[in-house]
Design a protein around this ligand. Structure first.
Ligand code: ATP
Ligand code: MG
Length: 383
């Protein structure tokens, strides 16, 4: 008999050849989540089992696995022999000793000599004999006891299911570049795309010395929290200080933000190409601020060929905040440090900038040279 953590995944995405790829990536992500805890990970028909871990670590293991995308649910249980005595020995250890209960048996191994009903009835009967304060309630039991008969004379017994993060294993949908600011939105956007199986690199723009190291540190903290879900262990940073100064000096003030965002996208596309990312991801939400209008998004899309994924586009701020709290980034996001967008912020930013006007203003800048120069400031930081 051995304590195990049972991990179930949603098999819905598994078609034909996809299956082994999906399972390989999924197993790798589980291994990464369990780094630092001695264990063995085994796959048995539609489930993974974490085995041979140090005593007392099961809850921590379950917690970590629950956050891995692709996990449908987890249970802490016992791996036991499938003969009736061994089953009962396990069930007796995990079952409640008073209150109402119900045994539910599932037979993955169909040649087992008893039916599921017979197994449940036998184990239920034995439990009632052992614990006089127990009673059976098949309709609304306070406690459940699950028995899962596997092949090769093995079985799993457990009492609870905990819901996992769902989604698809990170990496099975390719790789994207998340534009991460220190705000509330972009970490949530990253989390949402990672849930769809996108692996993420992260890029942050700063305006040192107008923004300080605290602002950068804040982004690193956010990236670190995100990395629990995405597994990505580094952030790229690029300075846009000179670009902002040039825009401020030479271009119409109401276009400051619009023009800066076009530079950000251009730079991001170059970084994405270097890192093998097939899309950009931002935390924009339609109409949230002046630059996030349809015209604003059109103007930034206009300078890149990569698709720009904006998973928050239809979300209210309240919904985004609720998610930020759930994933644990909110507290850090609201720390008071300046983002580069707030430096040189014009009093009346254009909400519906015309592409022709933007292009005209941009002719006052040496766009290519500024992009190249910014790229020389690129730094990669491991988290
Ligand atoms: P956030 O809460 O993510 O900062 P926001 O509501 O402040 O978003 P904007 O400042 O307009 O909105 O930024 C929109 C998106 O542009 C951000 O979600 C992020 O993806 C990207 N972005 C903004 N500032 C930066 C930055 N300094 N570095 C990298 N990406 C940025
Ligand atoms: Mg912001």
């Amino acid at each position: 008999m051995e304590k195990v953590v049972i991990i179930r995944y949603a098999e819905i995405h598994l078609k034909g050849k996809n299956r082994s790829y999906f399972e390989r990536v999924f197993a790798m992500n589980l291994e990464r989540a369990l780094r630092g805890i001695r264990h063995e990970l085994h796959r048995t028909s539609g489930r993974y089992l974490v085995e041979k871990f140090p005593e007392g670590r099961e809850e921590e293991i379950e917690e970590r696995c629950l956050r891995v995308f692709g996990v449908h649910s987890c249970s802490i249980g016992l791996l036991v022999g499938s003969d009736m005595d061994a089953l009962f020995e396990g069930v007796r250890l995990i079952a409640p000793q008073e209150g109402s209960f119900k045994v539910v048996t599932h037979r993955g191994y169909k040649k087992y000599p008893l039916t599921s009903m017979e197994i449940s009835a036998e184990l239920g009967g034995r439990l009632l004999e052992s614990f006089p304060k127990l009673r059976v309630d098949v309709h609304t039991p306070e406690n459940m006891v699950y028995v899962d008969i596997r092949e090769n004379g093995a079985a799993l017994v457990f009492c609870a299911f905990r819901a996992g993060a769902g989604g698809m294993p990170v990496g099975t949908s390719g790789k994207g570049l998340l534009l991460i600011s220190g705000g509330i939105d972009s970490p949530v956007a990253g989390h949402m795309m990672a849930k769809r199986g996108l692996s993420l690199e992260m890029l942050h723009f700063h305006s040192y010395p107008y923004t300080n190291d605290g602002a950068k540190e804040k982004v690193f903290s956010l990236a670190r929290i995100l990395s629990v879900y995405t597994g990505c262990g580094r952030v790229c940073t690029v300075s846009v200080t000179h670009i902002q100064e040039e825009i401020h000096k030479k271009c119409a003030a109401e276009l400051n933000v619009t023009l800066l965002r076009r530079f950000m996208f251009r730079i991001a596309e170059r970084v994405a190409a270097d890192l093998g990312c097939g899309c950009l991801v931002t935390g924009e939400s339609l109409g949230q601020v002046a630059s996030q209008t349809l015209e604003g998004m059109t103007s930034s899309n206009d300078v890149v060929r990569l698709p720009v994924l904006r998973p928050l586009v239809g979300f209210d701020k309240d919904e985004i905040i609720a998610r930020a709290k759930q994933i644990g980034t909110f507290e850090t996001s609201v720390l008071p440090y300046e983002d580069c967008c707030t430096v040189f912020l014009p009093e009346h930013p254009a909400t519906r900038p015309k592409l022709s006007f933007i292009e005209e203003e941009e002719t006052k800048l040496d766009v290519e040279a500024l992009v190249e120069e910014a790229l020389t400031t690129l730094e990669r930081t491991s988290l």
